[in-house]
Design a protein around this ligand. Structure first.
Ligand code: PLP
Length: 436
């Protein structure tokens, strides 16, 4: 009964994100009371595997003892202090570790992924202005890209359902063809196709580079596009073109950073370094909102001057929040202590094998995997597929949210073999139920 109460009260009081509230009457939200590891428990005690890591943020499970302890420890010291005119040990230590991991530095903090995108775009434009190239004002992104939903971030996003309504408010930007390996033609490898996509960038840069500040990409996996995966050679080629034409390369690692693609950061697989990297989501292990932009010394130095206006005067109230930084430090400590990337590679292979029934399913197309992200497309999916699949999987104790006719797994890294088996079986059950 209490469940009914909370659903009615949330419907009346909370405006839920990414939701048509009227449809929520038909598909009520889960009322989650607690979590442990990969499990979410609703207030009736039913358990669900969090198969998409609570919108891609969770790395080491819910209520992780080590992250909990770090936050509680910090809570007894200082919960928050402004980062202008003050600093604190957690933000310094985290910035040092992020610099060590990325080879980029001078961590600039925001609260959400979208704020990191805004910071990177403003920083790029302002850099060019500071070095006397104020005409470089244009941003380039990929077809079907997703970089967040504030107006600047939405300008470089290319998902119609999120973007079209707000078109009159948005800054013009240009989208290059997506290197999505599924688009390769017969006889063409994913790498061939990626290079063909990069050739379009070359064409565009060669004509317009005087006006282009930056190109922003989601390295290796375009998440919101439906887990579109592409060959690393694309990033290598785009890096060369950005160098040649004086365009910043911004790596939006908000979804793919922190081990998701098998390496700590996805761009590492192309053996490149971006000019800026945007981090968020998994940065705190999925505990608290925090984002960061790291950049090169060259960019940083262009702001370092006697003139106040040459500085980067952007700010958010909760910039560098100490609790969030401690969660992030605890999460990085787990990476080091538990040899996470090696363990993940093993778990990934286990899931591949456990999913044989899905991979060979007659209605499954484009089975694909990058690190700890799996996806497949359902051929001739019925109308309302995503919602129906979600409901069917829930009956099996599995929480999944397909994007259109694409089903994906993005589980917390702490998932066990038994849990992997249940996750995959739940998806296969849901698929068969919908297609029967
Ligand atoms: C989620 C996401 C964002 C936006 O992050 P928010 O915290 O939701 O604002 C930006 N870029 C990518 C690639 C994302 O997946």
């Amino acid at each position: 009964m209490s469940n009914v109460d909370w659903v009615a009260r949330t419907q009346a009081a909370v405006w839920h994100p990414c939701t048509q509230m009227k449809q929520q009457l038909i598909t009520p939200p889960l009322v989650i009371a607690r979590g442990q590891g990969v499990w979410l428990y609703d207030d009736a005690g039913r358990a669900y595997i969090d198969g998409i890591s609570s919108w891609w943020v969770n790395l080491f499970g819910h209520s992780n003892a080590r992250i909990n302890a770090a936050i509680i420890d910090q809570l007894n010291l200082i919960e928050h202090v402004m980062l202008a005119g003050c600093t604190h040990q957690p933000v310094v230590a985290l910035s040092e570790q992020l610099a060590q991991l990325t080879g980029l530095g001078h961590a600039f903090y925001g609260s959400d992924g979208a704020s990191a995108t805004e910071i990177a775009l403003k920083m790029s434009f302002h850099y060019w202005r500071n070095v006397g190239l104020a005409d470089k004002t244009e941003f380039i992104s990929l077809k079907n890209s997703y970089h967040g939903e504030t107006l600047g971030a939405l300008s470089v996003t290319d998902v119609a359902i999120f973007k079209d309504t707000y078109a009159p408010l948005l800054r013009h930007s240009v989208q290059m063809m997506s290197p999505d390996g599924r688009l390769a033609e017969v006889g063409e490898t994913a790498a061939d196709y990626a290079l063909r996509a990069a050739a379009e960038v070359e064409q565009y840069f060669s004509q317009h580079h005087h006006n282009i500040a930056a190109m922003i990409v989601e390295p290796l996996v375009q998440g919101a596009a439906g887990m579109a995966m592409y060959d690393a050679v694309y990033l290598r080629r785009v890096r060369e073109l950005c160098d040649l034409y004086q365009v910043h390369l911004i790596a939006d690692e908000i979804a793919v950073g922190f081990g998701r693609t098998g390496t700590m950061f996805a761009y590492e697989q192309a053996q490149i370094k971006p000019d800026m990297v945007c981090l968020s989501k998994g940065i705190t292990g999925g505990y608290l909102p925090l984002s960061a932009v790291l950049t090169t010394d060259a960019i940083y130095q262009a702001f370092y001057a006697d003139s106040t206006a040459r500085g980067f005067l952007h700010s958010h109230s909760y910039t560098g929040n100490p609790l969030a930084c401690r969660a992030a430090l605890a999460s990085l400590a787990i990476f080091a202590d538990d040899d996470v990337l090696v363990q993940n590679a093993r778990k990934g292979d286990y899931l591949d094998a456990a999913a044989i029934g899905l991979r060979q399913h007659s209605r499954v197309q484009h089975w694909r995997r990058t690190g700890m992200i799996w996806a497949f497309d359902v051929v001739n999916a019925p109308a309302d597929f995503a919602r129906q699949f979600y409901l069917a999987a829930l009956t099996q104790g599995v929480l999944l949210r397909p994007i259109g006719n694409t089903v994906y797994f993005m589980p917390p890294y702490v998932i066990s073999e038994v849990e992997i088996t249940q996750l995959v079986a739940g998806a296969l059950f849901a698929l068969n139920q919908l297609l029967s």
